[in-house]
Write a protein that binds this ligand. Structure first.
Ligand code: HSE
Length: 290
């Protein structure tokens, strides 16, 4: 049997829509995987009641099929589904790593990215790689023609409100076109963010998160977003954006300010009658075999 810890991830980071991602040091899913004649899946943990155990409908079932690696897979969810924290990607990446090790497939983490992305497509409708890339490779990642990653040390708060936003709904509000002005603005911010990651500089990372095409439209799906953003910035966040498709709100923070930012964000959600929890987290490693 193989046990794998697979991290939550935050995709987009504002200016890197469908491209940027980070692995988070917490929360994470834990998968226990054993060879079997046919694939079967058991799910426990946060939000497990919403996850189908039928291999044809589950992200890890698709991964097992793609690798031709049937197994009994137990998933203990630490990453809530429909949170914007790469819940399905964590399970897909964890299963890809575990099954490839269990069956002795000669595949690198980079090779496993498209396999895990296919698994993700079962739930999101399209095979995005911006969550599975950091879930496998760790650090800050750029999911483009060349998949690249860099380790970075930036304090983060991921504040998860008790609201459900499905990726499918959040993609419906993304416009088909953007102006040249918006394109120039976004490229500038994305480049700033990437330099900030290479330097582990929270100020540059926060400044680079700002984006004006997708984020304002998605923010409307999150009750209290504007106030949560404002109080986080006042408490020591350097930048705030929607994590993935939401509803988690991600804040990059000055060093030593995570606790204050987390409390301020939770209080602002509660002021809007929304319960929330906050993970004080950082940029972490990809999935790991125990
Ligand atoms: N980049 C994707 C989105 C992440 O924001 O829709 C969720 O799969």
């Amino acid at each position: 049997m193989i046990t794998v810890r697979a991290p939550a991830t935050s995709a987009n980071l504002g200016s890197g829509f469908d491209v940027f991602g980070v692995a988070l040091s917490r929360p994470a899913d834990v998968l226990r995987v054993e060879r079997a004649e046919r694939t079967s899946i058991e799910v426990t943990g946060i939000g497990s009641e919403y996850i189908p155990e039928d291999p044809a409908q589950n992200t890890v079932g698709a991964v097992a099929k793609a690798l031709d690696a049937p197994a009994h897979i137990r998933i203990d969810k630490g990453v809530r589904p429909s949170s914007g924290l790469g819940s399905s990607a964590a399970s897909a990446a964890g299963a890809a790593l575990a099954l490839s090790a269990l069956y002795g497939r000669d595949l690198s983490r980079r090779d496993l990215v498209p396999v895990a992305a296919e698994g993700e497509a079962v739930v999101s409708g399209e095979p995005h790689a911006d969550n599975v890339t950091p879930a496998l490779m760790g650090g800050f990642t750029v999911a483009a023609d060349r998949m690249t990653s860099v380790d970075a040390d930036v304090p983060l708060v991921a504040c998860l409100p008790e609201i459900a936003v499905s990726t499918r709904d959040a993609r419906r509000v993304v416009p088909d076109e953007a102006s040249m002005d918006d394109l120039v603005h976004t490229v500038g911010r994305a480049a700033t963010l990437a330099v900030g990651m290479c330097r582990s500089d929270p100020d540059l990372v926060g400044a680079g998160m700002e984006e004006q095409v997708v984020t304002p439209r998605r923010a409307k799906l999150i009750t209290g977003y504007n106030r949560v953003r404002e109080v986080a910035l006042d408490a020591g966040a350097t930048g705030v954006t929607v994590s993935g498709a939401g509803p988690t709100v991600l804040a990059a923070c000055r060093r030593g300010r995570r606790q204050a930012v987390a409390s301020a964000m939770i209080d602002a959600f509660v002021d809007h009658d929304v319960e929330a929890r906050a993970y004080q987290t950082s940029i972490g490693r990809g999935a790991e075999v125990y």
